[in-house]
Ligand binder design. Structure first.
Ligand SMILES: *[C@@H]1O[C@H](CO)[C@@H](O)[C@H](O)[C@H]1NC(C)=O
Ligand SMILES: *[C@@H]1O[C@H](CO)[C@@H](O)[C@H](O)[C@H]1NC(C)=O
Ligand SMILES: *[C@@H]1O[C@H](CO)[C@@H](O)[C@H](O)[C@H]1NC(C)=O
Ligand SMILES: *[C@@H]1O[C@H](CO)[C@@H](O)[C@H](O)[C@H]1NC(C)=O
Ligand SMILES: *[C@@H]1O[C@H](CO)[C@@H](O)[C@H](O)[C@H]1NC(C)=O
Ligand SMILES: *[C@@H]1O[C@H](CO)[C@@H](O)[C@H](O)[C@H]1NC(C)=O
Ligand SMILES: *[C@@H]1O[C@H](CO)[C@@H](O)[C@H](O)[C@H]1NC(C)=O
Ligand SMILES: *[C@@H]1O[C@H](CO)[C@@H](O)[C@H](O)[C@H]1NC(C)=O
Ligand SMILES: *[C@@H]1O[C@H](CO)[C@@H](O)[C@H](O)[C@H]1NC(C)=O
Ligand SMILES: *[C@@H]1O[C@H](CO)[C@@H](O)[C@H](O)[C@H]1NC(C)=O
Ligand SMILES: *[C@@H]1O[C@H](CO)[C@@H](O)[C@H](O)[C@H]1NC(C)=O
Length: 822
């Protein structure tokens, strides 16, 4: 009877693992044997002992919830090396190493992976957190730095509050979990969850070595692979990234109930908490994900959306490599050309796999003024908002329907290290994004190589900027604003067209650089304006010209065919004009004969149409500011086209007149109010046009005009003849024969010319008035004596004026007679 009682007592001791007078430590003399003995944490939450999982007969050393009736093992020591009988003994040896001995053959089955050896009196202690730690008895367990080993560094398949997933860069320990093979076999199974450290670290779940689910990188708020974090009252996540440790972990808020995050042997991640009322584990979160969560369901450069059919779709500018297979990789429609590339900003995407990336959390995303870049916004899908960003070396503002686009000069050393510039400057960088989104977007991730595993996320967490050929971005912009057509030429195309900018191809030279003639492979002739890198004024004017010409398309304006941007070089490509400029003909005795009156009159009318377009037809009113014979180019049919918009300036809204301290333009064509007060308006162009008409009729330049009978300038001369009713005497002998059929046209032209050069801008007609005056027979108003009647007036006026601004204006007066022409 007594022996039976003893036996029953023994059995109950074996079965009931929670022994009341349990200790929580093992030391060199107190072993833990496989006889039902356990050690229990001080608060009795966890127990450590031998167990057999499920249907298995094998014996393992593990830690489980002490008070949860349902056996719940959270850690296993000898996962790979089970004992087949109860001969196991767990002890701490003199060097502080936990050893699991098989007493039947005295073999070490398992031992703790201890790098630092404990001197003195090492003990192993099971803490209330479920962490089994080894430390010197005298040190206590308050400070984890005193632990020579801890089970939390080697988790099995469960992450308890306080267990880290990540790595310790000092000790080299990588914290990861691996599923059990099955519920009866704790040996490492198919699935693992770890922290990949190649590129920007990301949390990855694998099946064997195959990536199956990417939780992504920590962005300061959450793992990027997840939909936005829902506020959670149970657990609080924290991530640490510093030079010693990089990890994520969670802790419980206001809860003492047992809680675990488990990677099940079927690959499902389940967060559960123990309910004592229900006496079972309650699932709080179970992550299986949808097809789009499966790693790289779609090919590279493709994004996944479960609500779409097919679920994969190529990003803008990319096409399927295999048209039959919607999940195949997508490839670029236009290959990259490095310096001419821009970026397409995409929102609402899970950012791609960061394995082949580089990151730095202290670099800013876009340090340079955001307005310096050409951005075009576009709304396509609900979740995906797109925007193009050009980063090139010239600033051109282009009005778009939904805001202004701007191409910019990127020459600011202080912002040369932002993420965008780093990516732009490295031709193998395929995309960039902020690494962190706390406190706004900051930090930098650069991708090298193809972008994969993207999924549409809503709401959007983080934008990604994908490198695209500028022409591709141009196409994307096409349907934003029909007016923008800025094809980009390859530098190699331009080099071969211009014979590598050979001296023989130079058409003209000026402050901003040279103009070269070129012939494209298809035989098209072009004129290439090359910006000289050492002229700041040239740069300004060049920018100005590009900006205006990009906006303006008219048959009487020289057409811009495209740009070429490479490194520091900026080139503008124009249509080639065969017959040079108007001054080349009208001021030359021989060539003047080639332009008879009907041709001249036609030229005058076409210039009117071009200017009218400037002043009224284009979206912004533009003052051309440098109208002169040298800027009127002639094509092979002698059609005039206005070129050189370097000084053009546009007005917005009701603004009619602007004031400038920098008087620019060409002497002889400048209106009095512009020279004297720096005021310019469309009426300043009218003045220049008046001068031009008189030059075309007379074959004489206003500037430097001399006459044997008087000391008047060309305007004075015209006025004198007009008053004396001897207008036709003004007509140059080289083409006088050709006016016989239409002398009225000549007289009318001179009359209009004189109206245009009136002193008071109000007295001058508008360009549309001029068009009407020249093409009808209506009586014209009587002109007054023109301004700058005598050439010297300019100097007299300037020096005698009391206006304080004058000296600076005069100093900056630009004599641009040497301006090159196309
Ligand atoms: C402690 O155990 C380890 C692993 O078996 C062994 O290498 C080491 O020599 C042991 N130390 C002592 C003092 O027995
Ligand atoms: C023990 O540590 C070594 C070196 O750090 C490592 O190679 C080995 O895989 C570790 N063993 C276990 C069981 O963690
Ligand atoms: C568990 O896996 C082992 C092999 O790892 C296998 O022998 C055993 O049959 C499995 N048990 C169950 C219940 O699936
Ligand atoms: C990150 O960038 C900052 C600022 O440019 C620099 O000081 C730091 O050394 C960089 N860190 C790394 C790891 O490259
Ligand atoms: C250069 O960039 C910095 C940072 O955006 C800005 O503060 C500074 O004004 C810029 N300098 C120039 C000359 O554009
Ligand atoms: C950019 O800045 C550098 C250094 O300040 C200068 O040498 C270079 O000419 C500049 N380039 C342009 C296009 O302004
Ligand atoms: C571009 O980045 C790659 C990867 O970081 C690097 O190997 C390469 O040297 C970089 N190239 C340049 C021109 O900086
Ligand atoms: C063009 O000329 C430059 C300098 O004159 C030279 O460095 C370059 O190699 C030439 N390029 C070609 C394609 O001939
Ligand atoms: C620019 O540099 C070229 C030579 O590189 C020189 O001939 C020219 O005079 C310079 N222009 C200015 C405005 O400094
Ligand atoms: C006529 O025009 C030519 C240029 O075509 C010029 O050289 C000549 O001086 C003009 N003659 C008169 C009398 O103005
Ligand atoms: C204008 O250019 C065309 C084509 O180059 C040429 O045939 C024609 O002779 C030129 N006209 C004049 C007046 O020079």
């Amino acid at each position: 009877m007594e022996s039976l009682t003893l036996l029953l007592l023994c059995l109950s001791l074996v079965n009931n693992i929670a022994i009341s007078n349990a200790r929580d430590t093992i030391d060199r003399v107190q072993f833990l044997s496989d006889n039902g003995e356990t050690i229990v944490s001080a608060d009795e939450t966890f127990a450590l002992g031998f167990f057999s999982p499920g249907t298995s007969k094998n014996r393992y050393v593990g830690i489980w919830y002490n008070k949860v009736p349902k056996e719940t093992v959270v850690w296993v020591a000898n996962r790979n090396k089970p004992l087949t009988d109860s001969s196991g003994v767990l002890k701490v040896n003199d060097t502080g190493i936990l050893v699991l001995l098989d007493r039947s053959n005295d073999m070490v089955v398992w031992s703790s992976n201890t790098t630092t050896t404990a001197t003195g009196d090492p003990i192993a202690k099971l803490l209330n957190s479920g962490n089994l730690v080894v430390h010197e008895r005298s040190k206590g367990d308050d400070d984890s730095r005193d632990f020579v080993w801890q089970s939390f560094d080697y988790p099995s398949d469960i992450i308890l509050p306080g267990i880290k997933l990540g790595r310790n860069l000092v000790t080299g320990i990588k914290w990861s979990i691996t599923s059990w093979s099955n519920s009866s076999d704790p040996s490492p199974g198919r699935y693992s969850l770890r922290f990949d450290i190649d590129g920007c670290p990301q949390t990855m779940m694998r099946d064997g070595s195959t990536k199956v689910f990417r939780f992504g990188s920590w962005n300061g708020v959450q793992l990027i692979g997840q939909a936005a974090v829902t506020t959670n009252s149970i657990v609080k996540y924290s991530y640490v990234f510093n030079e010693e440790e990089q990890y994520g972990m969670y802790e419980l808020i206001n809860s003492v109930a047992p809680h675990k995050l488990m990677l099940q042997s079927d690959g499902i991640i389940r967060r559960t908490t123990w309910s004592s009322e229900k006496s079972s584990w309650i699932t709080i979160m179970s992550k299986r994900g949808d097809t789009c969560d499966n790693y790289a369901t779609c090919g590279s450069y493709s994004s996944c959306n479960i609500n779409r059919n097919p679920i994969c779709s190529c990003l803008d500018g990319f096409v399927l490599s295999n048209k039959q297979d919607s999940s195949s990789d997508c490839v670029r429609r236009t290959s990259l050309n490095c310096r001419g590339d821009g970026f397409l900003k995409l929102s609402g995407l899970k950012i791609p796999d960061t394995e082949k990336s580089w990151y730095n959390r202290s670099i800013s995303l876009e340090d340079c003024e955001s307005g310096e870049f050409w951005k075009m916004k576009e709304r396509l899908h609900e979740t995906q908002r797109r925007e193009s960003v050009f980063l090139i070396h010239i600033s051109i503002t282009i009005p778009l329907k939904n805001g202004n686009a701007k191409l910019s000069i990127q020459n600011n050393t202080s912002c040369n290290k932002d993420c965008r510039v780093l990516c732009f400057n490295n031709c193998s960088c395929t995309a960039y994004a902020a690494s962190n989104i706390d406190k706004g977007e900051h930090g930098c991730i650069l991708w090298f190589g193809d972008l994969s595993d993207m999924k549409e996320l809503s709401p959007s967490l983080q934008d990604i900027y994908i490198r695209m050929a500028a022409t591709e971005l141009g196409k994307i912009s096409d349907h934003l604003d029909e007016e923008i057509e800025l094809p980009l030429f390859d530098m190699s195309t331009i080099i071969s067209a211009t014979n590598n900018f050979s001296a023989e191809n130079i058409l003209g030279k000026g402050g901003f650089g040279s103009v070269y003639k070129g012939i494209l492979k298809d035989g098209q002739e072009i004129a290439v304006k090359r910006l000289s890198q050492n002229s700041s004024q040239g740069l300004q004017e060049f920018k100005n010209e590009a900006m205006h010409i990009a906006k303006l398309q008219h048959r009487n304006l020289v057409k811009l065919l495209g740009f070429c941007i490479q490194a520091e070089e900026i080139l503008l490509v124009y249509e080639f004009m065969h017959n040079k400029s108007l001054d080349f003909f009208i001021f030359d005795h021989e060539r003047g004969k080639l332009l008879n009156w009907p041709i001249r009159f036609l030229i005058i009318n076409r210039i009117v149409k071009g200017l009218l377009y400037f002043h009224q037809n284009s979206r912004h009113r533009i003052v051309y500011r440098d109208l002169k014979a040298g800027n009127i180019l002639l094509d092979n049919k002698l059609n005039p086209k206005i070129s050189d918009f370097g000084l053009a300036r546009s007005f917005v809204g009701n603004e009619n007149e602007a004031n400038t301290r920098h008087v620019a333009g060409t002497y002889g064509y400048l209106s009095p109010e512009y020279i004297v007060d720096g005021l310019y308006s469309t009426k300043s162009d009218i003045y220049s046009f008046g001068v031009l008409i008189l030059e075309i009729v007379s074959g004489k330049r206003n500037r430097g005009f001399t006459h044997i009978n008087h000391h008047f300038n060309l305007l004075g001369h015209a006025w004198k003849l007009f008053v004396e009713d001897k207008c036709l005497e003004m007509v140059n002998a080289t083409f006088r024969d050709s006016i016989d059929s239409s002398p009225e046209e000549v007289i009318r032209s001179i009359h209009v010319g004189l109206l245009c050069v009136q002193r008071n801008p109000e007295d001058r007609p508008s360009m549309s008035d001029v068009l009407m005056m020249l093409s009808s027979e209506w009586p014209l108003p009587q002109p007054k004596k023109p301004e700058f009647f005598i050439e010297r007036d300019v100097i007299v006026d300037d020096t005698s004026s009391s206006n304080h601004e004058i000296p600076s204006s005069i100093n900056q007066l630009t004599i641009s007679d040497i301006n090159p022409r196309l």
